[in-house]
Structures are given as structure tokens and as C-alpha cells.
Design a protein around this ligand. Structure first.
Ligand code: ATP
Ligand code: MG
Length: 553
């Protein structure tokens, strides 16, 4: 973050709190529910929570908000830890809201004892009927005035498993006419005979979000509890519970959810894409999940840069996928190793090049790096170039290969096209060229200037690899809010596979954590589907923003 950048509203609050001496250190937490993989929206929350304590001192906890036994799973817990670490952050404590179940139970007993909570035998339909509307007050439940002893006894029996699911709840006793609907005797506990991924069958009553989140914050002495805007109306209840329980006063602050255009960022919808096999899994490179971005070849630096650039806001809006792509291009341009790969080959034969001769050409691994190393690329009489880099009847100002025209082969020689060989259908099978021996890159004595430089591979040395070219998963900006089903807007060309692309042999030793620029093609990284038989590369992003051009047309 640059020094001149103005403070965001949370930084202003924190600086004020530190100045006034309210806190010496600050404590934040990132509180995912382990019911799915983290996505790019979560990344903003992670960067925010961890970023604040890095900047101001103190620490951040990772707390699994695991109070809903039905949707949660340890697979998700592991993936979340992996993803936070990958983003470059380390938490102080790994915590689970479920570890507080006993404490939360004690808190509930305390509220009952103070006459501030009661067991309600109403069904959820009856409760909904008594709730009122924003303009009309609700009605008191007939069970609202139960005595403390009876409430304590019933609550203990709820815990002991004496009652079926949904037959009773514990509710706070606040005010059924309250202007804030969430303050109309909110439910604190429900009965659910369900197996929990950590506590097993120890509990059959589970606290609601509002009776777990703020209490967990308080137990951990979180100073600034940051959540998204939909929790604004919950803040009153958050404060009420902390006050009545007389526990450590954490404070809740809200910022706007970040969504990304051309995708969906709701775990429920992402789960649907996985379950219904629109994608191959949570880490499909088209998914906006952190696991997907990772596999696609995004760097954590570029994701953090993106989060930093979009900043935080108090009003909800969508971030532009183009900006995320811009961030990754910027970073990859600096770090990616340059390589040559021909996707759709046509053979070039250099008729004046000695048969059997192989020269090793020197090429920079990264011209953006002042300390770049070089690699060797074998050059021989028969080469592949891209079929689209040749045209038999070119228009004016065509600088690639055409009959009678010259181009430079990257890091090698200038060649001139003499003859085009075709099969009986008129399909070009070979292009016969001559090379200019005096034009070797780095030792060029030819004084000829050519405008086009092409990538190439030597036929006998090339390795075949699979290339997966990914594009945005949805065709429209906001698939979630459009009419109809978001799945109707899936981009049918979000994955285009080239089964046999021809790569320079140095890619044989490609590594998973390495990034590559395939010259003139885009940025690529090795995919985990790589096997002994075949290397698979994912396109992270194209070299230029093709969509921006598309929009201007
Ligand atoms: P989803 O709607 O995708 O299921 P969630 O809010 O239920 O998301 P949690 O696991 O509860 O997911 O979120 C953990 C933290 O990440 C919360 O503090 C939440 O506010 C924050 N968060 C989730 N989605 C976004 C988003 N799109 N932008 C910013 N923060 C987010
Ligand atoms: Mg949630």
C-alpha cells in the first residue's frame, strides 16, 4: 500500500481508537463457515482483516463459524486453511465456534436466570405469524411469561435430547413491538438432532448465528469485528447480548460485499456448479474460488494487489474481472519465463539449411528482468510455425510469412518464403523457405529490417503438450441477478482445449510453481492433471484484454 493513499473508513476508526488509548493492540478475525471453498469475495475480507493487524499491530484469528452441523465438512476446513496461507497470511489462533458450545450454553442459562430468555413451544409457522411486519408490532408468544425455573428445566431437557427437532426454541425476551424486527424476541437456540463435524453427537441443540458470532468475538476479545453490510440490522442485537451477558465488548463494523462481474460468488451457487458438473470441481480453473484461481495460475501477489486496488466501500458494487486480469498480467509479465509453443502447426522446411545440423539458439528467459538468465533452444532444418502466421494471398501491411516475404524467427534467423506445398485439396502441408545465415540473432550482419517476428519450434525436438485455454465462465456481467437461471448464461467456450500443441523442449522440466509466457499466446502454468504421458498447461490469462476490444466494436 502506498503511503499517500488515503485511509479507508476502518483505518480511520482504528487510528482514532489507538490514539484515544481505547486499545493498545487490535484483534480481528476471519470467520468463514466451513460449508464451501473460499472465493474472491472472501479474499477481500481476508486481506482486510489480516491487513489491518499487519498495519496497526495485534493479530488476526482464523475462526471457523461452524454452528450449523448440516452443511459443514472438514474438507472445507482444510481447503480454507490452505487458501488463507496461500494468500500469504498466518493466523494467530485456529479457533472453532463449536469449541464454545459449552460456554454458549452457560451464557444462555445466565440470560434465562436474568429473566431475559424463555423456552417457546410455538412452531416456526406460529412464530412467523406472531412476528408482525415492519409497520405492525408482533404479538407475544403464549409461552413468553414462563417462570425462570420452568425455563431452566425445559432448556436443560432440550439439551438432553428429550424433544424432537423444531418442537421448542430458546428465545431472547426483548420486545415484540421493537422497530428492528431482529429484536422481536429472536431465536437463540434450536433443536437439531444432527451429527456435527467436530462435536459429533454431543449436542442436539445448536446456537443461532446471532447467539454465536458476537459471543465468539467476545470470548476471543476481538476488538474490531468486521462483517458485510447485511449484518447492519444485527448490530443492535449483537450489542444487546454483550451488554446483558456482561462480557467483553467487541464491536461490529460493516463493509460492502465485493462481487466480481462475469461470475457468481455465492457458495450455494458455486456448489450447484460443482454438483451439477458444469465445472470439474471447486478448483476448476474457471471458478472464482481461490483454489480455482490458484490452479489457473494466478499468483497470490496479484490477488492481493487486486483486493488492495478495489479497496473497501460502504455501498455494494461489483469489481471488474478485467481489473483482476490486469493485476495478474502485470505480475506475470515480471516473473514469467518466456517459452515458445506452437498450437496449430504448419511445417517450414529451410531448404538451404544443412540436413542433420542442430544449432542451439540462446534466448532470454525474461527480458523484463535485468538479471535474466538464458535458455537454449534447438534449431534445425524442419520447424513448426503457427498456421495462422502464414497467408498465401496476404493483404497490404501483412508482416507475417507470405510468398516472397521475410520474417524473423524469434532468437534465430530471418527466413524468406520461396514455395508453398499443398495437398490435392489445396491444404498447405509445407512451406519451403531459405534462411539468411548472416542474420543470426545477436550476431546480425544482414542489415535487413523485417517487421514480423514469429515463434517456432524444431520439429524433431518439440514435445507435445495439452493446452487448456480458459475464458470467463459466464457470458454476461451479472448472471445472478438476470432473469431466469444463472446457469443459462454459462459461456460455452469457457474452455477450449488444444490436445497436441508443440512446445520447445525446455518445457520438459516445467514446474508447478513456475509461471510461463508462451510467446504471443498468453500466460500459462502447469496443471495438476499432468501425468507421465502428458503435460497439461492452463492459460491463466491472455496477453491482452480481448474482451475490452470486443466491447468497443
Ligand atoms: P456466501 O454468501 O458466499 O456463502 P458467506 O458470507 O456466507 O458467503 P462466510 O463463510 O460466512 O460466507 O464468510 C466469511 C467471511 O467472509 C464473512 O466475514 C463474510 O462477511 C466475508 N465475505 C463473504 N463473502 C464476501 C464477499 N463477497 N465480499 C466480501 N466479504 C465477503
Ligand atoms: Mg455466512
Amino acid at each position: 500500500m502506498s503511503e499517500e493513499k488515503s485511509l479507508n473508513f476502518l483505518e480511520e476508526i482504528i487510528e482514532e481508537d489507538l490514539k484515544s488509548g481505547k486499545y493498545k493492540d487490535i484483534v480481528t478475525r476471519f470467520p468463514p463457515e466451513p460449508n464451501g471453498y473460499l472465493h474472491i469475495g472472501h479474499a477481500t475480507s481476508i486481506c482486510l482483516n489480516f491487513g489491518l493487524t499487519q498495519k496497526y499491530g495485534g493479530y488476526t484469528n482464523l475462526r471457523f463459524d461452524d454452528t450449523n452441523p448440516v452443511t459443514e465438512d472438514t474438507e472445507y476446513v482444510e481447503s480454507i486453511k490452505d487458501d488463507v496461507r496461500w494468500l500469504g497470511f498466518e493466523w494467530k489462533n485456529e479457533l472453532y465456534a463449536s469449541d464454545y458450545f459449552a460456554t454458549l450454553y452457560e451464557y444462555a442459562v445466565k440470560l434465562i436466570s436474568k429473566g431475559l430468555a424463555y423456552v417457546d413451544d410455538s412452531t416456526s409457522e406460529e412464530m412467523a405469524q406472531m412476528k408482525g411486519t415492519p409497520t405492525e408490532p408482533g404479538k407475544n408468544s403464549p409461552f413468553r411469561d414462563r417462570g425462570t425455573e420452568e425455563n431452566l428445566d425445559l432448556f436443560a431437557r432440550m439439551k438432553n435430547g428429550e424433544f424432537p427437532d423444531g418442537s421448542r426454541t430458546l428465545r431472547a425476551k426483548i420486545d415484540m413491538a421493537h422497530a428492528n424486527m431482529l429484536m422481536r424476541d429472536p431465536v437463540l437456540y434450536r433443536i437439531k438432532h444432527a451429527h456435527h463435524h467436530r462435536t459429533g453427537d454431543a449436542w442436539c441443540i445448536y446456537p443461532m448465528y446471532d447467539f454465536a458470532h458476537g459471543q465468539s468475538d467476545s470470548i476471543e476479545k476481538v476488538t474490531h469485528s468486521i462483517c458485510t453490510l447485511e449484518f447492519v440490522p444485527h448490530r443492535e442485537l449483537y450489542d444487546w447480548l454483550i451488554e446483558k451477558l456482561e462480557i467483553y465488548p467487541s464491536h461490529q463494523y460493516e463493509f460492502a460485499r465485493r462481487n466480481l462481474n462475469y461470475t457468481v460468488t455465492s457458495k450455494r451457487k458455486l456448489l450447484q456448479l460443482v454438483n451439477e458438473k458444469y465445472v470439474t470441481g471447486w478448483d476448476d480453473p474457471r471458478m472464482p474460488t481461490i483454489a480455482g484461481l490458484r490452479r489457473r495460475g494466478f499468483t497470490s501477489e496479484s490477488v492481493r494487489d487486486f483486493c488492495d486496488r478495489i479497496g473497501i466501500a460502504k455501498r455494494e458494487n461489483s469489481a471488474d474481472l478485467g481489473l483482476l486480469e490486469f493485476c495478474v498480467r502485470e505480475h506475470l509479465n515480471k516473473i514469467a519465463q518466456r517459452r515458445m509453443v506452437v498450437f496449430d502447426p504448419v511445417k517450414v522446411v529451410l531448404t538451404n539449411y544443412e540436413e542433420g545440423l542442430v544449432e542451439m539458439m540462446q534466448s532470454e528467459n525474461n527480458p523484463e528482468d535485468p538479471e535474466t538468465t538464458h535458455r537454449e533452444i534447438p534449431f534445425s532444418r524442419e520447424l513448426y510455425i503457427e498456421r495462422e502466421d502464414f497467408m498465401e494471398n496476404p493483404p497490404k501491411k501483412y508482416f507475417r510469412l507470405a510468398p516472397g516475404q521475410m520474417v524473423r524467427l524469434k532468437s534465430a534467423y530471418i527466413i524468406k518464403c520461396d514455395e508453398v506445398i499443398k495437398d490435392e485439396h489445396g491444404y498447405v502441408t509445407e512451406i519451403h523457405c531459405t534462411y539468411l545465415p548472416e542474420s543470426k540473432s545477436g550476431h546480425d550482419q544482414s542489415t535487413i529490417k523485417v517487421k514480423g517476428t514469429l515463434h517456432w519450434v524444431s520439429v524433431q525436438h518439440a514435445i507435445t503438450v495439452e493446452v487448456r485455454q480458459y475464458d470467463r465462465l459466464f457470458q454476461i456481467e451479472d448472471p445472478a441477478s438476470e432473469d431466469g437461471d444463472f446457469r443459462d448464461y454459462i459461456n460455452p467456450e469457457s474452455l477450449v482445449t488444444v490436445n497436441n500443441a508443440y512446445a520447445e523442449p525446455s518445457l520438459k522440466t516445467a514446474k508447478f510453481d513456475e509461471r510461463y509466457q508462451f510467446l504471443r499466446k498468453g500466460y500459462f502454468t502447469l496443471d495438476k492433471d499432468t501425468s507421465e504421458e502428458k503435460m497439461v498447461f492452463n492459460r491463466t490469462v491472455t496477453l491482452k484484454d480481448a474482451w475490452a476490444k470486443e466491447m468497443k466494436k
